[in-house]
Design a protein around this ligand. Sequence first.
Ligand SMILES: Cc1cc2nc3c(=O)[nH]c(=O)nc-3n(C[C@H](O)[C@H](O)[C@H](O)COP(=O)(O)OP(=O)(O)OC[C@H]3O[C@@H](n4cnc5c(N)ncnc54)[C@H](O)[C@@H]3O)c2cc1C
Ligand code: SF4
Length: 484
Amino acid sequence: MTEQAGSAEKSGPERARMPERPPEIRRKDFEEVPVGYSEDQARLEASRCLLCKKPQCVTGCPVGIDIPGFVKLIVEGKFEEAADRILLVNALPAVCGRVCPQETQCEAVCVLGKKGKPLAIGDLERFAADWKRAHGTCPLPPPPEPSGCKVAVVGSGPAGLTCAGELTALGHAVTIFEAFHKTGGVLVYGIPEFRLPKAIVQDEVDRLASRGVRIVTNAVVGKLDTIDELLEEHHAVFVGVGAGAPMVLGVPGEEFLGVYSANEYLTRTNLMRAYDCEHADTPILRSRRVAVVGGGNVAMDSARTALRLGAEEVFIVYRRSRTELPARAAEVHHAEQEGITFHLLSNPTRILGTENGWVQGIECIRQELGEPDDSGRRRPVPIPGSEFVLEVDAVIVAIGNRPNPIVPQSTPDMQTTRRGLIVADGQTGRTTKQRVWAGGDIVTGTATVISAMGAGQAAARDVDRYLRSPEPREWQRAAAPHPK
Ligand SMILES: Cc1cc2nc3c(=O)[nH]c(=O)nc-3n(C[C@H](O)[C@H](O)[C@H](O)COP(=O)(O)OP(=O)(O)OC[C@H]3O[C@@H](n4cnc5c(N)ncnc54)[C@H](O)[C@@H]3O)c2cc1C
Ligand code: SF4
């Protein structure tokens, strides 16, 4: 390989295709769909980068990864250094390379996209991170000088894990409290194995543990200890409890057997391994025809999971058009390849059931798009008399999530919005309660992995500033000892 990044002739239009397992095989198992670039493919794709002097891609990345920097290292065959460059600002590159919506972030503004296909930044990020996991040395950084401060992190999703990692690197003693028996948040209970292998998330959790982070699972903060009780033992608390409470459709028939929230369906399958019936006892309906309501990543994950659990036909029912589908483009593409049928501009009006209370169909009404609503998207308007019925034996509702309520409800002196989100400063994550920070979906509502990570990072830096500040603090009067 002799490619030189930045040369005009190397910026040709052909984007190296990510190799994938064939749809007819992968739709029957839970193994990962894309297989990843080879070294040659990665260098070839990386060599298309123009190494722009003012790289727009970096401004499009929520955490400002030095994209031309790591891409150039790939061209030079310095794969571990490329991963290290990303790790400077992104602790989970193997995760983000797989699940970030690059087409609306860094790749949306890549100059190559003006005349052809943008650089495959996400696929290259994934390549570098996977290469380091497989071949890299990964030495642990030398332990920092202990600050003497103790910080509790509530929730172990991307926000909590990132916050814990940053705080540990800054010398603070961190304990993560996680409600589930496994750490990783949506990365383990929501996003399926065929999109994000759990071993990748576990590696990161193991790395945190090996750096001294204490992890307490099966700990529902607000039921076991309250935030106030954690503050008695810790100098600061970060809340990253996510938005995992499902929304319901609110149509007749939602109580029939066979109607699932996407959360329950995915949690049973992913976290509790319902698909692995040889080794797990978790029950789940093996349905023949399944309707999934919604158009985001959660809906695509649910539909593709139903297929892998043996469904013969799976329908996506979404009330807007294809242009408005909020899911990542790759997920829609993969769902279509695997044979999911899309009923766009359609909205459920009721769920039909048998005398015994089991789902037997879903009635929908066709929609047309009217004027834009508050979200800026065109409002779907029902077309009278256009009802139709899909015969199904399961319905999965994937129309969004609300904030997890336990921590906000058990901490009444911490301000929340009408929707139950915690009010926190956008730059620092400070809440209205002394010594408590928050970030991720519990502050923004359902967003993205990278935005949750960014919030965890920003909060950790502000917690550090606060703990090292000489100003008198509430906690100095509390039982917890003063930091060195
Ligand atoms: C199925 C699915 C697919 C998705 N796909 C994508 C994607 O492709 N790309 C993307 O960027 N984003 C995606 N998202 C969104 C993304 O995963 C979230 O925005 C992100 O995980 C939010 O991170 P978080 O750390 O704020 O919360 P979470 O990941 O929700 O983690 C919160 C953690 O807090 C724990 N917790 C809750 N309450 C308590 C309590 N009282 N005490 C202790 N612990 C508690 C929870 O068990 C959980 O582990 C997806 C979401 C879902 C559900
Ligand atoms: S904008 Fe595109 S071509 Fe320019 S540096 Fe970024 S990835 Fe490379």
